[in-house]
Design a protein around this ligand. Sequence first.
Ligand code: GDP
Ligand code: MG
Length: 375
Amino acid sequence: ATDLTVQELALELKLPETEVIKTLFIKGIAANINQTLDIETAEMVAQELGYEVETVEEESMARKVTEMIDVEDLENLQRRPPVVTIMGHVDHGKTTLLDSIRETKVAQGEAGGITQHIGAYHVDLTHNDEVQQVVFLDTPGHEAFTAMRARGTRVTDIAILVVAADDGVRPQTVEAISHARAAKVPIIVAINKIDKEGAQLDRVRQELTEYELVAEDWGGETIMVPVSALKGENLDALLEMVLLVAEVEDLHANPNRPAKGTVIEAHLDKARGPVASFLIQNGTLKVGDTLVAGSVLGKVRAMIDDRGERVQQAGPSFAVEVLGLSDVPAAGDEFEVFGDDKSARSVANDRSDQQRQTRLQQAMASRRVSLNAFS
Ligand code: GDP
Ligand code: MG
């Protein structure tokens, strides 16, 4: 948190400057509107005026570094790639966009060819002569966000909202906007299908203003990029904007600690047993690590990346398929690596007790409801 002037504080509190000056005066501090106040004084004034104080530093920290980051990590934070989710109304071109980004980028890279479905993939982009990575989640945006909302976690850093230029804003477009807003995830709009006969870019821009998404060239702050996912047109501009927003978001994690993150997909494979895709949100996951995912215990036997390659370790923002779990966790569950098997086991037991308890309560609650219905 930094110092602020009387005027800025009044603005922040949505009160007249005179109120702030009066409060300071009562406390024995003579001030004018341009006077600089240190953070303690500003907090004191806000409290006197009946506000609950949450300093700006805490607030922006919570936004930038998800709840996956602990206080101990703060000294070891390093830049991490952004995790991007593509959202929008059905048939507006989400899958096509994802596919053409992957095709162009994977085809350009040396490790082209077979890709593995792990619920996410990594794309290398060159930006200012530097290779930067972006991770795209390919779980349907809505599912990812609904799971996140239910658990209060945040797995994505940026949302690309796809709106078809020949169809405009539709119900799921609006839903996507509200999901992204609730999760405080910045939105980049991709106005898609610009190659089509009936494409009306300005109509889309106009409709989006009703949801407080105003294009930059219309005096607003929302980045909107016209693209054709099908023809691969203007995708570089879109990706450039993703990197720009990522830079502003200033995303960090501590790679030098045991891993922690979210299960993005999980299923039972006949040959390989339980298989789960993990998005690593902090730390580094290694083969041999003991972990708990939801209430499931596991020891990482193997990890496979989105190119189908076996990897020995994976760092922040990366997604990998993990083998070696004792059961199938649920998508949206959090996972965490533990230093020794004993503490992992005890955490897993506690969690399954908790889950059993919740299920019992839910069952009882539903019985109460059905009994009420008959009375
Ligand atoms: P999703 O439901 O949002 O995943 O939409 P899809 O990616 O499945 O696309 C729906 C339909 O729109 C498909 O037939 C695509 O080929 C078509 N489509 C997607 N993007 C474009 C585009 O940029 N231009 C044109 N002309 N068609 C597109
Ligand atoms: Mg699709």
